[in-house]
Design a protein around this ligand. Structure first.
Ligand code: HEM
Length: 144
């Protein structure tokens, strides 16, 4: 009886896997949806512009080596989105230590990022995927 039940479960599992397999249309990776290397460079440059013009957060970057930040953020977004890069910067905890970044600061930066992605015509689903990958980093970034 038990084995019968288990077999039914296994079969159901296999069937649903098969159905999933059939119904899934291959979608380009998030990296491609963000416009690959060129698109990500544009996102980072757009975000730097937004930060520069945002009085709420620009003070955090007063002593930052901007070319380094630009390079590392691009590397990170590339790797996170499935691109052919390897992030070579510090951990999020190390990199944000001493800045005491609040939720309001985080929201301001994300607001800038969304503006840039909208401007670049990146689809809502890709935008949300990227934001979803960044959201868990908040606990490492904030109040360090
Ligand atoms: C979406 C979340 C964020 C990501 C993915 C992120 C990513 C990064 C990366 C990759 C670096 C360079 C790390 C290194 O130098 O090794 C960095 C540095 C930095 N981040 Fe963030 N960051 C985020 C949120 C924020 C927020 C909300 C602020 C402040 C409003 C902020 C302020 C800074 C500053 C000031 C630096 C430079 C630190 C320094 O000068 O040494 N970050 N971040």
């Amino acid at each position: 009886m038990v084995t019968h039940y288990l077999r039914r479960c296994a079969l159901l599992g296999l069937c649903s896997l098969a159905l999933l397999g059939c119904s899934q249309t291959p979608s380009p990776s998030l990296y491609q949806q963000l416009g690959a290397e060129e698109g990500i460079t544009q996102i980072v440059d757009g975000l730097l512009f937004e930060i520069e013009h945002d009085d709420r957060i620009v003070h955090h970057f007063a002593d930052t080596d901007i070319p380094r930040f630009r390079r590392l953020l691009a590397e990170q977004l590339c790797e996170l989105s499935g691109g052919p890069c390897q992030y070579s910067g510090g951990t999020m905890q190390e990199s944000h230590r001493g800045f005491n970044i609040s939720l309001a600061d985080y929201d301001a930066l994300v607001e800038g990022l969304i503006k840039v992605m909208q401007r670049q015509g990146i689809g809502i689903s890709a935008q949300n995927q990227l934001l979803g990958l960044l959201a868990p980093m908040y606990s490492d970034i904030s109040y360090r």
